[in-house]
Design a protein around this ligand. Sequence first.
Ligand code: RBF
Ligand code: MG
Length: 303
Amino acid sequence: MKIFKYIPTFSEKTAVALGFFDGLHIAHQKVISLAVNSGYLPVVFTFSTGINCPESKKDMLLLNDNDTKYNLIKKLGAKVLVEPSFADIKNISAEDFVNEYLVKKLNAKVLICGENFSFGRQALGNAELLEKLSAKNNVQTLIVNSLKDGSEPISSSKIRRALLDADLKIVKNMLGYDYFWNRVVVEGNKNGRKIGYPTINQKFPLDSIIPKRGVYVSKVNVNEAEYMGVTNIGVRPSVSLVSRPIAETYIINYCGSELYGQCVKVSILKYVRGEKKFDSLQQLKSAIKEDLNFAKNYKYTKN
Ligand code: RBF
Ligand code: MG
């Protein structure tokens, strides 16, 4: 998949899936798959945020790191990702966005978006206007209705809320996969070894959502291998308090080398308990032992 940080010009006809796509939930997957299966060059058009950010996305904590977002989009079969910064597109009128950028530059023959899609200056363009403007250019528009989990429409903000509540069943139903991160392993305080449970430590980026604090059964991918694990998301009140929660994962049956500096994928599967302040390392140790037993008995089902 080729990534452009600006809006390129294509001679090949394209199908363009439009959206912010945070979390890549099943409705996003459908939007992108329609582009992939269109017969045209499948392009995903999104934008990156920074200091310049749509009002609707201010203070929004993201579900995916950029790399993860790219990988998920790539796995769906997109061949091109166009990701200008929001600052570069925010002043384009809805008309120019469609006529000049999507139709002329990207050579779109099909446009696909979700029903809540908005675009153009002041986000005045919606799916209906997109359809109107593209019809004038003989371009087809496919508008994907929100999908439902039971009676609940699926949305990234509901997934965020469910993660804050550690309601992983909702999270998985909406995402279509277990929530995960794929982040570099950083050095910890090495206290885990002292109590017999060495962990890999991973930080949450400042713009990332942090799931509810506490202990989770997790699945860990190290290189090609997959392990079960127990992950604590927290500030370690019993040992050495940190100001911002980190994720510490003990990998069950792992006896490979140290993983510092490597990216490791950790998926959280099941919430076990909240983080507690223990009075002694001994108490912490036996709590972790119980967490481990819980994880070992946990029956992981793919769906
Ligand atoms: N630290 C706490 O202060 N309270 C906890 O309840 C707690 N639970 C944990 C559960 C698991 C499965 C793991 C791996 C760690 C937990 N920790 C907890 C963090 C622990 O203090 C930390 O991993 C070690 O001190 C090493 O930094
Ligand atoms: Mg550690």
